[in-house]
Design a protein around this ligand. Structure first.
Ligand SMILES: [Zn+2]
Length: 243
């Protein structure tokens, strides 16, 4: 059985990030209060999850109490992609292929998701966060899933070197974050959400984004040094201005 961990969970029918639980546990002697026994798989909503607190050498994580509880078509039954596998996938994708993949992720995570789930929560339609990985040993391919995490929700920046995720932000503002190195000024991408600002390690032009506009953003990466580090600097990010 695969040992998946979860970046998101479902509580009272809504998805949220694990970071919410991390904050509560930190302020509550390790207890997650009302969330205890009420958190479920972010996709099928059926498998019960449990929160395991951090120790000196282990990050906090969410896991399924019994993976048999997932619905049969739940993607969380599939093994998850590692950082190295994802890196290799993006390196090997052509520009067109990565464009298609990022567009599909955008549709799944920012546009259609809530609608789709209501129509058919058990839909087995191929999800954009699934990737085929070919094993070196026997050239057999296996479908693996990429974890997802909302940028609109709370994210704990203290989580160092987290697992690889497809991060998505809906209806956010984008702004330049000024940095200096060797007396030279440059700008990194900032994302303003209702739950605080997030930073992506991607250099942008100062006026690249209209600060009165709203955007949907999807990027594949992991948190390190309090920023999202992209798994590929060009191919792993997609930004669309909302009309
Ligand atoms: Zn599930």
């Amino acid at each position: 059985m695969t040992k998946n961990n979860y970046g998101e969970f479902k509580y009272k029918g809504k998805n949220d990030n694990i970071d919410v639980l991390i904050t509560i546990a930190k302020n509550n002697n390790g207890n997650i209060g009302e969330y205890q026994d009420e958190i479920f798989c972010p996709e099928c909503g059926k498998a019960r999850l449990k929160f395991t607190n951090e120790t000196n050498n282990r990050r906090p994580f969410l896991s399924a109490i019994d993976s048999k509880e997932h619905s049969d078509s739940c993607n969380y039954l599939l093994p998850q992609l590692t950082k190295n596998q994802t890196k290799k996938i993006f390196e090997e994708l052509t520009e067109n292929e990565s464009e298609d993949k990022m567009n599909a992720l955008m549709r799944q995570l920012c546009i259609n998701d809530e609608k789709n789930k209501k129509i058919n929560p058990d839909s087995s339609e191929t999800k954009a966060n699934l990737f085929e990985v070919v094993s070196k040993k026997n050239t057999k391919s296996q479908v693996k899933s990429l974890k997802t995490k909302s940028l609109n929700k709370e994210i704990s920046f203290e989580n160092k070197n987290e697992d690889i995720c497809a991060f998505y932000g809906k209806n956010v503002q984008l702004f330049p974050i000024e940095k200096t190195k060797d007396d030279k000024v440059y700008y990194l991408l900032g994302i303003k959400t209702e739950n605080g600002d997030k930073e992506v390690y991607k250099t942008i032009k100062k006026n690249e984004f209209d600060q009165n506009s709203r955007y949907n953003i999807v990027c594949v990466g992991f948190f390190k040094f309090k920023k999202i580090q992209l798994i590929h600097k060009d191919k792993a990010i997609k930004i669309v201005e909302i009309e």
